[in-house]
Design a protein around this ligand. Structure first.
Ligand code: ACO
Length: 331
């Protein structure tokens, strides 16, 4: 069986932080941030809000628009779980009232949502689950030093969820094939060093608990890996770039996604971007972009993502008729 998408939902915090808000307290400008990244504003969660709160809200939104049956598994792609243990997925499943379904997290940073889709497709293909809820959720502001202009301006908080059911590869909504990869030798370019078993328990003030990044190296690897992964995937699927109606790349920043699309030869009007309003929301960025893109039933979509690890992944899908064309009905 193939995984078929039949519902989508999103949740973002109400609080909008603009580039000018950063410029008011850090040595940066709206122009620098827009020119380098395409980001204009992002949503930032209040201190009381944890990743499972956003994940739960996105799940409720997705379930409202999906078929009536309850999913039989919950996967949450996240780098920012509520706690080191347990994962976010069991917490979300419990809040949804499902106390005995398989529920686990996928940690593949900004590529996590694609990895989550692949894991869900595996659960469906092997008959373990008939319906899977896949959520990408991150509160990146919690692991980003809000006083570091080089990283704070890039990230936002949010969650997106999709419901998948078992179906046929030819159906609208069908997802696959996949191309996934990683290169752990590059770990030092983008990481949170402390808080795990290698460097446990930093105090809240220690820099090692925050995300550190070599921006230029990340940029270079992100463009190369997403381009190569997308090309490999199209070849595996027996498709040409012209067969792709819409291109949804991880919304890390506009320059990265334009560079990948340029290299692949995808025309501008087929590129989807909402990074100007949400920044880089890590595992949430692909579903947030899908929900915003006003996709039409039958359009073939190429999804690709890249993140810390490094990890990367790409997949293809055709957009199903969900009864609405964009996200406005939710606002
Ligand atoms: N405002 C003003 N100046 C800044 C800011 C800022 N917000 N941030 C950095 N600078 C300064 C730097 O300190 C540096 O100053 P210096 O020359 O005096 O040392 C100068 O700007 C140039 O810095 P660079 O890092 O060379 O700037 P670059 O043109 O490479 O742009 C950027 C930086 C936007 C981070 C770029 O490297 C990039 O997009 N990298 C990818 C990073 C990314 O997307 N990370 C997200 C996580 S990974 C993922 O999701 C794929």
């Amino acid at each position: 069986m193939t995984a078929v998408l039949d519902g989508i939902g999103v949740a973002v915090p109400d609080r909008v932080v603009t580039n000018d808000d950063f410029a008011a307290r850090l040595d940066t400008t709206d122009d620098w941030i827009r020119t380098r990244t395409g980001i204009g504003e992002r949503r930032i969660a209040d201190p009381a809000v944890a990743t499972s709160d956003l994940a739960f809200a996105a799940a409720q939104d997705a379930l409202k628009h999906a078929g009536s049956e309850s999913p039989s598994a919950v996967l949450v792609a996240t780098t920012t779980p509520d706690h080191p243990m347990p994962g976010v997925a069991p917490l979300v499943a419990a809040r949804l009232g499902w106390d005995a379904v398989p529920a686990f997290d996928v940690q593949a940073a900004c590529a996590g949502f694609i990895y989550g889709l692949a894991a869900a497709a595996g659960l469906i293909a092997t008959g373990v689950s008939e319906r899977v809820l896949v959520i990408g959720a991150d509160v990146m502001s919690r692991i980003t030093n809000q006083d570091d202009r080089a990283t704070a301006v890039l990230f936002g908080d949010g969650a997106g969820a999709v419901t998948l059911r078992a179906g046929e590869a030819e159906e609208p909504g069908a997802i696959g094939p996949f191309d996934l990869g990683s290169d752990g030798t590059q770990v030092g370019h983008l990481m949170v060093e402390a808080g795990g078993t290698r460097v446990p328990g930093p105090s809240p003030e220690e820099p090692a608990r925050f995300l550190s990044m070599n921006g230029r190296d990340v940029y270079r690897h992100a463009v190369r890996r997403m381009t190569d992964s997308s090309s490999r995937l199209l070849e595996r699927a027996g498709l040409e770039v012209d067969d792709v109606d819409r291109f949804v790349a991880h919304q890390a920043n506009l320059r990265i996604l334009m560079a990948v699309a340029d290299r692949l030869g995808i025309p501008e009007e087929r590129r989807v971007s909402n990074v100007d309003r949400f920044g880089n929301t890590s595992a949430a960025s692909i579903p947030l972009a899908l929900a915003d893109a006003a996709l039409r039933p039958g359009e073939r979509i190429l999804l690709t993502a890249f993140g810390s690890g490094f990890t990367w992944g790409s997949t293809l899908m055709t957009w199903p008729d969900l009864g609405f064309v964009d996200n406005d009905h939710r606002r």
